[in-house]
Design a protein around this ligand. Structure first.
Ligand code: G3P
Ligand code: CA
Length: 241
C-alpha cells in the first residue's frame, strides 16, 4: 500500500486553510485524504476552522464560541492569504461534507475535534449525530489531542476509526496503544524522527510533513499516511521513491 497523502486543513500551503477552495485544491491535487478541524459556535453550529479565535485567518476578532453562525458568516476567511481569495467564507461542517459528497470524494476524511483548549459542551454528541445522518462515500477518521474526547466519540460510535494526536508521547497515548482502542497515531513528525518510532498495530500518520526530507523519510518507511500542507509536492516525491 502506498503511503496516503493527507491534505492538512486542505491544501493549506497554497490556499486559505480550512476553506472550500483549500479542500477543492486538495481534491484537484489528488490527495488521498483531507484533514480538518471542527469547533462550535455560540448557537451550537459546527464550524470548520483551526484556531479557537478568528483573529489569525479572518478580518474579525474574538472566539468562535462567542459568535453566532450569522456573525461568523460575515467574516472574510480568504483575504489574509491573498487578494484573490477575498470573499471566501468560513465553512460549517455541513457545508464541507456536502461539498465532498457533491465532488464524489472517496478518500479519507480526518475530522479533528478541537477540544484540547476549549471544552465545547456536547460537541462530541453533535458531531457523531450529524455524521451518522450522512451517507458519506469517504472514510471517516476522528482525531483529537484530548483523550477524553476520543473516548467519548468511541462510546458514541465504536465502529468509527479514531486517531490519537500528540506532540510528545503521553501516558494516554501509551494507554491507548496497549488497549488497542486507538489504532491510528497522528504524532508530530519531529517526535517520530527523534524517537525512530516503529510499533506494530499502529497506523502512523505524522504531521506536518512538508519538507522533502521528511516526506522521503515517511515514504521510505511505508507509513500509513502523512499529513501535509503540500499534497501536490508530496505526490511528486512519492512517485520518485
Ligand atoms: O491533524 C494533524 C494536525 O492538524 C494537528 O495539529 O495544530 O495543525 O491542528 P494542528
Ligand atoms: Ca488539525
Amino acid at each position: 500500500m502506498l503511503t496516503k497523502i493527507i491534505a492538512h486543513r486542505g491544501s493549506k500551503g497554497i490556499r486559505p486553510e480550512n476553506t472550500i477552495p483549500a479542500f477543492e485544491k486538495a481534491i484537484d491535487e489528488g490527495a488521498d485524504g483531507i484533514e480538518t478541524d471542527v469547533h462550535m459556535s455560540k448557537d451550537g453550529h459546527l464550524i470548520i476552522m483551526h484556531d479557537e479565535t478568528v483573529d489569525r485567518t479572518t478580518d474579525g476578532t474574538g472566539r468562535i464560541f462567542d459568535k453566532t453562525l450569522a456573525e461568523l458568516k460575515q467574516l472574510d476567511a480568504g483575504g489574509y492569504f491573498g487578494y484573490e481569495f477575498l470573499g471566501t467564507r468560513i465553512p460549517t461542517l455541513d457545508e464541507v461534507v456536502k461539498f465532498l459528497i457533491e465532488k464524489n470524494y472517496k478518500g479519507l476524511f480526518n475530522l479533528e475535534l478541537k477540544t484540547d483548549k476549549i471544552q465545547y459542551p456536547g460537541i462530541e454528541e453533535k458531531v457523531s449525530a450529524y455524521m451518522a445522518q450522512q451517507k458519506v462515500p469517504f472514510q471517516l477518521v476522528y482525531s483529537s489531542f484530548h483523550p477524553q474526547s476520543l473516548v467519548k466519540m468511541h462510546t458514541l460510535d465504536p465502529d468509527i476509526e479514531f486517531a490519537s494526536l500528540f506532540k510528545v508521547q503521553t501516558k494516554f497515548a501509551r494507554k491507548f496503544y496497549r488497549s488497542r482502542l486507538v489504532k491510528d497515531w497522528h504524532p508530530d513528525i519531529r517526535w517520530v524522527r527523534a524517537h525512530r518510532f516503529f510499533l506494530p498495530h499502529v497506523q502512523l500518520r505524522p504531521w506536518t510533513v512538508n519538507s522533502t526530507d521528511d516526506m522521503r523519510y515517511c515514504f521510505k518507511r511505508n507509513f500509513d499516511g502523512i499529513i501535509t500542507d503540500y499534497p501536490g509536492r508530496a505526490s511528486i516525491i512519492r512517485r520518485s521513491i
